[in-house]
Design a binder for this molecule. Structure first.
Ligand SMILES: Cc1cc2nc3c(=O)[nH]c(=O)nc-3n(C[C@H](O)[C@H](O)[C@H](O)COP(=O)(O)OP(=O)(O)OC[C@H]3O[C@@H](n4cnc5c(N)ncnc54)[C@H](O)[C@@H]3O)c2cc1C
Length: 510
């Protein structure tokens, strides 16, 4: 083991937040090293041939509206590093048992027309409601996809929405998706269409905070679409890593940090399992809060550690990838043209999913987020063939090979209800249960894909109530993962924000 090497900053973890943090530091002229435990860069943004040769699957995330909207990624020259967004004709479709589907087009009028066809008036109500937010989308984006505190964006949004609109927005933040649906819709399709997007988070549609969770994703669909990188999610990671390398940053894979070293209340560097030792005055953890606390050990005061330990996980997940002999044969024509399909049917069936998982019951008909990126991106599969990707949240007893396989069978049966003949198109299947997800990325603690639950209090105060939630009591040690404001999805904001505060503190000599 050689003596410790010195760098200006270490980032622990190469997920989109780790890379965003490293890029901000490197752009400020800092010498940055990113240490990644896995043998591949990217955290939950990677693509692999999981099923058969020639079929590119996104091992974790696949659909990237938040990345397309991200003010952080917009600052980076990612197109010059090979990133190209592919937009499906329809962002999302939500098929119902009657063979019809609610559709989310990027175009608001097209969406309204399709919802009106399902129930006259529902589309117009949606368009009327959404329009002010879309008119002020830059301010909304600055609020929701800015760092904490979201003050500057919030003030801009308030100025744009005026007093009444601001009060309506405040109510939206606090209300439930059920209430928003009651306010806007009379027919069953639009209601289910909204609830499906709520379930990208783990917040039940009857709870506070679920209205904004669902509505925000639909608004992103209108503002920027729900695109995916051409060639696979990994193309986004490759572009970020390539840019970092050009700026002089390095990424060491197979290098799991096992200890954060500090002295006299200041961070001093890290030690990795393979003996790599780096000295640095800035360390940013793209990890879970609990992992950061474990790595830092006794340097953190007990009360801070106790508060971090109260951080709540979200439910576990089962994810399935398929290689298919042809496109998924959805009954609803809109679902055949959509990049993402919400599979669950009526609003009551969608809410039954969260109710079951909360009660530790296994949903017989699991609600699925289903991605079919090969519909719009032929590079994902051999000519005429297709890929598909689906995940669903599960109660804790769905763990271990037998239980996970049984749930994968329920997932296929659920797709069959809306796409008869799907099973016959399957050429190969790859299944990840909670343990496999965590083995592939230790931030996915017990298969929680969200980096912690999205219950309202923990979205706002993430990982804990603090004016600068990225800061820790050890000077120079920061946390900037999906477990910090504004939370999960691929956008890089937590990492970028943590790096911004780290640079500010360094300038102030702290
Ligand atoms: C199955 C799944 C599907 C998803 N689908 C979507 C989607 O479609 N769209 C979307 O926007 N988001 C999606 N997400 C969420 C999104 O991928 C995450 O919110 C995002 O990747 C979080 O980024 P991050 O940088 O905070 O952490 P991660 O991407 O999880 O990266 C953390 C990295 O840190 C590394 N690490 C941890 N501890 C150490 C250590 N001690 N030493 C060294 N390295 C360490 C890990 O190995 C990992 O590479 C999905 C997530 C999952 C799991």
């Amino acid at each position: 083991m050689s003596g410790p090497q010195r760098v200006d900053a270490v980032v622990i973890g190469s997920g989109p937040n780790g890379l965003a943090a490293a890029l901000r530091l490197a752009r400020a002229g800092r010498d940055v090293a990113v240490l990644e435990a896995q043998s591949r860069i990217g955290g939950a943004v990677v693509s692999q041939e999981l099923t058969l040769p020639g079929f590119v699957s996104d091992t974790f995330s696949a659909v990237h509206p938040a990345a397309a909207a991200s003010p952080v990624l917009a600052r980076l020259p990612l197109a010059a590093h090979g990133l190209e967004w592919v937009h499906p004709e329809i962002a999302m479709a939500h098929p119902m048992p009657d063979g019809r589907a609610g559709a989310l087009y990027q175009d608001l009028e097209a969406t309204a027309a399709s919802l009106d066809e399902l129930h006259p008036g529902d589309g117009r109500a949606w368009a009327r409601w959404a329009r002010p937010y879309l008119e002020h989308f830059p301010a909304l984006r600055a609020t929701v996809l800015g760092g904490f505190p979201p003050a500057a964006g919030g003030l801009r949004l308030a100025a744009g929405l005026k007093l009444q609109g601001t009060l309506e927005f405040a109510r939206l933040l606090l209300t439930s998706a059920e209430q928003l649906a009651d306010d806007l819709f009379e027919g069953p399709h639009a209601r289910a269409w909204l609830f499906g997007s709520v379930l990208h988070s783990d917040v039940p549609a009857e709870e506070s905070g679920s209205a904004i969770a669902g509505a925000y994703l639909q608004l992103l669909g209108h503002a920027v679409g729900w695109p995916s990188p051409r060639g696979g999610a990994g193309a986004l990671t490759a572009a970020m890593a390539d840019h970092l390398e050009r700026l002089g940053g390095t990424v060491l894979t197979d290098t799991r940090v096992e200890r954060i070293v500090s002295a006299r209340g200041r961070v001093a560097g890290v030690v990795a399992q393979d003996g790599t030792r780096l000295r640095a005055p800035i360390v940013i953890a793209d990890t879970s809060p609990q992992a950061m606390v474990d790595l830092a050990g006794a340097a953190l005061p007990d009360d801070y550690v106790a508060r971090v330990r109260r951080y709540r996980a979200g439910p576990a997940t089962v994810k399935v990838d398929w290689a298919l002999d042809g496109p998924t044969p959805w009954t609803a024509p809109e679902a055949r043209r959509a990049g993402t399909v919400h599979v669950g049917g009526e609003a009551e069936a969608v809410t039954a999913q969260t109710t079951a998982v909360r009660r530790d019951e296994v949903p017989e008909r699991p609600f699925l987020l289903f991605g079919q990126q090969s519909i719009a991106d032929p590079t994902r599969a051999p000519a005429g063939k297709h890929t598909a990707w689906a995940y669903t949240r599960v109660p804790p007893q769905v763990v271990g090979e037998t239980a996970v396989r049984a749930h994968a069978d329920r997932i296929v049966a659920q797709v069959e209800r809306f796409a008869p003949g799907f099973r016959d198109r399957i050429l190969a299947t790859h299944v990840q249960g909670p343990s496999e997800l965590q083995a592939g990325n230790e931030n996915l603690v017990a298969g929680d894909v969200g980096g912690g639950t999205y219950r309202l209090d923990q979205v706002v105060f993430r990982p804990l109530p603090s004016l600068v939630p990225y800061a820790t009591p050890v000077r120079g040690l920061w946390i900037g993962s999906a477990s910090t404001f504004p939370g999960g999805a691929v956008h890089g904001v937590p990492g970028w924000s943590a790096a911004g505060y780290a640079l500010l503190a360094a300038r102030l000599g702290r």
